[in-house]
Design a protein. Structure first.
Length: 207
């Protein structure tokens, strides 16, 4: 009988990639809001990096082309308005839902918090992809993750974007314990893999 601690549980390819694309969309919308430019302009200025990000995500999870096409349907990269209520959700509701929600200072605060939170969630989603669908080559997978974080970490407020090290620290403190603590329902093999990636990413990003 196989040791259940060594068997990676099944995970939906669609669910995993949606977690990545959702966080990426949040970073784009918050970054565009902070830069005070339309989404289309924000994306166009980062098109090359975005293409490399998507290629790294595809390689990390060995995703099918049809799965990667989900991003187009979500519409995050197309020109669109960004309601303040969307920024409120990306930020984890740092502001109270009042008529003052649309004031410039509230928008800036939500967008900055949203960018930070979604960067941490993106790293969480990428480690999840590597843990559930990545190859057994932790070093190579961590390289994919570090590449993505390195490209998108600075997409926040102009001149005040995060460093890859700051993204690692935010994730390690705010998100990772939810997977690793004893009360977590995460399978032991997933806890083990998250620890492996936390250690490897420390070497890659904590500089």
């Amino acid at each position: 009988m196989a040791d259940q601690g060594t068997v990676v549980p099944a995970a939906s390819e669609t669910s995993l990639v949606r977690d990545v694309f959702g966080a990426l969309g949040g970073i784009v919308e918050c970054g565009a809001s902070l830069a005070r430019v339309p989404v289309g302009e924000f994306v166009a200025g980062r098109r090359g990096d975005l293409d490399r990000v998507l290629e790294a995500v595809r390689g990390l999870g060995n995703f099918h082309p049809e799965t990667m096409d989900i991003l187009d349907g979500l519409g995050y990269l197309r020109e669109h308005d960004i309601p303040v209520t969307t920024l409120l959700l990306w930020s984890g509701c740092i502001e109270e839902f009042t008529p003052a929600l649309g004031e410039p200072e509230a928008v800036r605060r939500m967008a900055r918090m949203g960018a930070d939170l979604q960067l941490a969630q993106l790293l969480q989603a990428l480690v999840g992809v590597a843990s559930f669908r990545g190859s057994d080559d932790v070093v190579a997978n961590a390289g994919y993750i570090a590449e993505v974080v390195g490209m998108v970490s600075s997409w926040g407020e102009p001149g005040r974007g995060r460093s890859p090290r700051e993204v690692l620290l935010m994730w390690r403190v705010a998100v990772l314990p939810g997977v690793l603590m004893p009360e977590s329902k995460s399978p032991e093999i997933i806890k083990r893999r998250f620890r492996e990636y936390a250690h490897m990413l420390e070497e890659n990003l904590d500089q």
